[in-house]
Design a protein around this ligand. Structure first.
Ligand code: ASP
Length: 576
């Protein structure tokens, strides 16, 4: 058997290794001349860099791939580098074998230098050598591993579901795959394994999981790619609390594997989240909760406060930081979010409220406002009056704008948000739109409202939120065809539509469907937060650029007319 190419990784060598003969492999990170013949060559692999003292290194250039053999020795006094884990030693008596030459890299392989993202993506294989990308993808691998172990430990079976599939119910635009053997027909790339996993429940696999790839043809954002990974689970003969437990174990294990911290997961209802934080994905890392002020102004003479709902947020100690132009900026922001205006008040040293509207409020109202908001001198108070949902959303957004810490700041504050409304808004034809998906079971107490007051129906669906990011959603499903028919009816889905789109699922439900429910956690987002990254592209090996293209491969690309013809397709000229 031949010897291994290397004996050690570059970044692991320490003073204790002095005297050891080593063989190292990696990339030339830097070469610095040292006297006439000698050069310092920093050799890099994924574990870090080590300084090698090389005689006759003239041929070596950045990013050459080399094998260096030599002896570890302590660095001479005064030349050690505390900043570098290997900074106490160097490798001497080196002989260098060039394994492959390299052209000068398109950008330096360094975490300190930010190259333009399009260049980074075009040369992603070079970008991946940076220690940040090495770290991020290894975080990802550990998260996957922790999750897989947690699910297996809890008795879940990993099952793969097809990529060539039929429309799924998440409601996003889908990627089509034209069929060659059945011209004119198409497969759909799955938006999620939703239907397949429900069929697995009918099939008797009562604990399923998959680290699944999902595809949705929607505009890209910092937290959204066309394709993304989910921890997807489904369980039969279960309860919502049990599902929270299963997923809670998986995400807590993953968080602990990366940070050493085991998070606790809080639970709040959707109504509570909206009332306290003005959003269904509250960031619990900071306060500034929305305070209910409607009763304080129930008999007010001030016109602008004669509204269905008034709430406020208190920004502690912020009064001195908010001059007139910053306050105008906040008002413009509130208006752009749909508010008619924003009332601001400063709490003066003696506790008096300073505000253009203070003179319209009675002494009692001012006193009640101060005590309800627990206002202290130096605080800034921001109030919005309007319809309840609008007040919540505007203040929720201002709270985030003003107080939200960067993603890299801990701690990890997970929360379950439960009892979402069944429907959210109405479509063009006036039918309510499913807030989760149409297979979600309504709250048992609200079933009778399905026909009479659908807007009031709560669902048995729940989201998992981490530090203000929605990590995923799930629900207890409808397993009875009579309830499914009522929900489809409320959604305006005709029997014919339902049969055409989901007939095979409804059919399966006639053959013994157990009660079941599930969840899916967005892994790109979870990994991004655990890696401290704002943008999920930083935790994906080969992401698409925000335009949806891949600068490295050039995809998407036109294809030959003959290939199209083979699929029964023809391209129309671009519409103008
Ligand atoms: N299929 C859903 C989604 O992708 C998750 C679930 O309900 O399990 O959002």
């Amino acid at each position: 058997m031949s010897e291994a190419m290397r004996t050690h990784h570059c970044g692991v060598l320490r003073a204790e290794d002095a005297g050891r003969s080593v063989a190292l492999c990696g990339w030339v990170a830097r070469r610095r001349e040292h006297g006439e013949h000698l050069a310092f060559v920093d050799l890099r692999d994924h574990t870090g860099v080590v300084q090698c003292v090389v005689d006759g290194a003239a041929d070596l250039r950045s990013e050459f791939v080399v094998r260096i053999t030599g002896t570890v020795r302590e660095r001479p006094e005064g030349t050690t580098n505390d900043q570098l884990p290997t900074g106490a030693i160097e490798v001497g008596n080196c002989s260098v074998e060039i394994l492959n030459a390299a052209e000068p890299p398109p950008f330096p392989v360094s975490d300190r230098i930010e190259a333009d993202e399009s260049v980074r993506l075009r040369y992603r294989y070079v970008d991946l050598r940076r220690s940040k990308m090495q770290h991020n993808l290894r975080v990802r691998s550990k998260v996957n591993s922790a999750i897989r172990h947690a699910m297996e430990r809890q008795g879940f079976v990993e099952i793969e579901t097809p990529m060539l599939w039929t429309p799924t119910p998440e409601g996003a635009r889908e990627f089509l795959v034209p069929s060659r053997l059945q011209p004119g027909r198409n497969y759909v790339l799955p938006q999620s394994p939703q239907i397949a996993k429900q069929l697995l429940m009918v099939g008797g696999f009562d604990r399923y999981f998959q680290i699944a790839r999902c595809l949705r043809d929607e505009d890209l954002r910092a937290d959204r790619q066309f394709e993304f990974m989910q921890l997807d689970i489904e369980a039969a003969f279960t309860t919502q609390e049990e599902i929270h437990g299963f997923i809670g174990e998986a995400v807590a294990d993953a968080t602990e594997a990366i940070s050493g911290e085991r998070p606790v997961i809080e639970t709040l209802t959707w109504t509570e989240a909206m009332e306290r934080f003005g959003t269904d994905k509250p960031d619990l890392r900071f306060g500034m909760e929305l305070v209910e002020l409607t009763p304080v102004f129930s008999a007010t003479g001030f016109k602008a406060f004669q509204a269905a709902c008034i709430k406020g947020i208190r920004v502690p100690g912020a009064s001195p930081d908010y001059g007139r132009s910053k306050l105008d900026g906040l008002t413009d922001r509130a208006k752009s979010l749909g508010a008619k205006g924003l009332v601001w008040m400063r709490v003066a040293a003696g506790g008096a409220l300073e505000s253009p509207v203070a003179k319209f409020l009675s002494d009692d109202e001012q006193a009640a406002l101060t005590s309800t908001m627990e206002a202290q001198p130096g605080d800034l108070l921001l109030l919005v009056a309007d319809e309840r949902r609008l007040v919540q959303e505007v203040l929720g957004q201002l709270r985030n704008d003003i107080g939200r810490p960067p993603v890299s700041d801990g701690p990890y504050r997970f929360a379950w948000v439960t009892e979402f409304p069944m429907f959210d808004g109405v479509d063009d034809e006036g039918h309510p739109i499913a807030a989760h998906h149409p297979f979600t079971m309504p709250h048992p107490d609200d079933l009778d409202l399905l026909e009479t007051d659908p807007g009031k129906v709560r669902s048995q669906s729940y989201d998992l939120v981490l530090n203000g990011w929605e990590l995923g959603s799930g629900s207890i499903r409808i397993h009875r065809s009579d309830i499914q028919a009522r929900v489809f009816k409320a959604l305006g889905v005709t029997d014919e539509d339902a049969e055409g789109r989901f007939g095979f699922l409804l059919g399966a439900f006639r053959y013994g469907a157990p009660p079941h429910g599930g969840f899916a956690v967005g892994l790109d987002r979870l990994v991004a937060i655990l890696a401290g990254e704002e943008n999920i592209r930083e935790v994906i090996a080969f992401p698409k650029a925000s335009s949806g293209t891949d600068p490295m491969t050039g995809a998407p690309k036109p294809v030959d007319a003959r290939v199209l013809a083979g699929l029964g397709l023809r391209t129309l000229p671009p519409s103008t």
